[in-house]
Design a protein around this ligand. Structure first.
Ligand SMILES: [Zn+2]
Length: 468
């Protein structure tokens, strides 16, 4: 399952504000320009792969205890950055454009170099001193400007607003927030190579990727490419990187074929979910019968309405890899979205079991249980969804489904609270406050539910978010 959502965290913490700031930097894809809140993508398979890519690097950097998360941004441009010390942001475009695990791992190693190098503490200080409202306005402007430049439409309102925002004296702050000093870049390169070497991996992918951004005339001509904006890539830097990367004993080491296959599967999935159908079939023509191509075909088939054909394609995928939880997840998602929630339950149960209880897949199972309209499933749905939101608190889907399950049970206090939490995570603060206020009147004062509702009522909206 791959779905789009707005990411929110508890607003009382500085990190939450910084998260919102960081996401605002990312240019918003045109399809989601109307959407409230910063768009991210959630997908159990992709996130699991990125976690596995990152874990050894973070361990080598001494950051394994920091619980650093990878956030996938809904943007097809190549970009990756860190902004709040707790998350590494990766555009799905960076995954799509990385042909090997080693290439994206190299980028993640470089970003980890920024984290480990403390390139953020100064940033944080500056952020804390500057007015939050101003920073967000500026970053939104910068993001919009990049988006406007990329869409080739300099005359739209967003692009003009962006140009106005960066033309001011705040230019320096903007630069400080979204880009690094050259010295920091070189240090992050060096640290990244060190982490790769310490984990027995080649830095060739990192070098290849960065070289592409210096040499490729397409990128160079565009100038405003987000990755080049946030990570200046002069040719001397790439030359220095080549030298240290080449000196690694692992320069020639190739990715494990099994890992390469998982990488290709994720790229096929992202393409099939995010790109127009003709693009998907251009990348993965029907004559291509590799597993990734068949994955892309199955997803594209279900997305474009042919459930029967999609299901038979998914079944052949399952025959090829019977232990792959994401094939069962796809089967369940296709059935659920095809209006057959009762049939979706069995494959989703299997996917939950095979994935060691992935909370995102549990939410999908909860959704299927609720969608059956069968009251016999209500308690089970509540149990599963509560467990899921307990481990994955930033996905609104879990709370939306929980609200429906509680509503079915007649527990309107819990239903209102869960609806409020979902609205809050979507960045819809007005609805969140209204629902939380109503929930407060349904709970006894001081009970855990009342306290949670009260927290939402009292939460201050983030500047630049929907405070209306
Ligand atoms: Zn960098």
């Amino acid at each position: 399952m791959l779905f789009r959502q707005a990411l929110r965290t508890k607003p009382s913490k500085l990190t939450a504000v910084l998260t919102a700031v960081a996401l605002a930097v990312a240019p918003v894809s045109s399809a989601f320009a109307q959407q409230k809140g910063p768009p991210t993508l959630r997908d159990a398979e992709t996130e699991q792969l990125l976690r596995e890519y990152t874990r050894p690097i973070l361990r080598a950097a001494g950051l394994e205890k920091q619980n650093i998360q990878i956030v996938i941004i809904n943007d097809s441009a190549f970009n990756a950055f860190v902004a709040d010390g707790r998350r590494i942001f990766v555009n799905y475009g960076a995954i799509m454009q990385s042909e090997t695990p080693n290439q994206i791992i190299g980028v993640l190693a470089h970003e980890t170099g920024h984290l480990a190098g403390g390139h953020l503490s100064k940033l944080r200080e500056q952020l804390a001193q500057a007015q939050t409202q101003m920073i967000i306005a500026m970053l939104l402007g910068a993001g919009a400007m990049v988006a406007g430049a990329r869409s080739g439409n300099a005359n739209n309102g967003l692009a003009n607003a962006g140009a106005a925002a960066v033309a001011g004296p705040q230019e320096m702050i903007r630069r400080t927030l979204i880009s690094y000093q050259r010295q920091q870049e070189e240090n992050a390169d060096r640290a990244g190579v060190k982490f790769l070497t310490a984990t027995g991996q080649s830095a060739k992918g990192m070098y290849d990727t960065f070289k592409r951004f210096t040499n490729d005339t397409l990128f160079a001509a565009r100038g405003s490419d987000p990755y080049m904006m946030s990570h200046p890539m002069p040719s001397e830097r790439v030359a220095a990187l080549e030298e240290i990367a080449h000196s690694s004993p692992y320069w020639d080491r190739k990715d494990d074929p099994a890992l390469q296959l998982r990488h290709d599967m994720v790229r096929a999935k992202v393409s099939a979910f995010m790109e127009p159908q003709d693009t998907v079939y251009r990348r993965y023509p029907l004559s291509n019968d590799s597993l990734p191509a068949r994955y892309a075909h199955a997803i594209a088939t279900y997305r474009h309405g042919d459930l029967r054909s999609a299901l038979s394609q998914i079944d052949t995928l399952i025959q090829t890899q019977p232990g792959n939880p994401y094939f069962y997840e796809l089967r369940g998602q296709a059935l659920l979205e095809g209006g057959k929630p009762a049939e979706a339950i069995a494959p989703l149960r299997k996917a939950v079991a095979l994935s060691n209880n992935s909370p995102l897949i549990e939410m999908l199972l909860g959704q299927a249980l609720v969608a059956t309209d069968n009251k016999a499933y209500t308690e089970e749905a509540i149990t599963i969804l509560r467990a899921a939101v307990g481990r994955e608190s930033e996905a609104p889907l879990g709370y939306t489904q929980l609200a429906m399950a509680y509503g079915r049970k007649g527990d309107y206090a819990q239903a209102d609270l869960a609806s409020a939490q979902a609205a809050f995570l979507r960045g819809d603060n007005k609805t969140a406050r209204e629902l939380a206020s109503r929930a407060k009147t349904r709970f006894a004062v001081g009970t855990p539910g009342w306290v949670k509702a009260d927290d939402i009522v009292a939460a201050k909206p983030l500047p630049g978010q929907s405070s209306n």
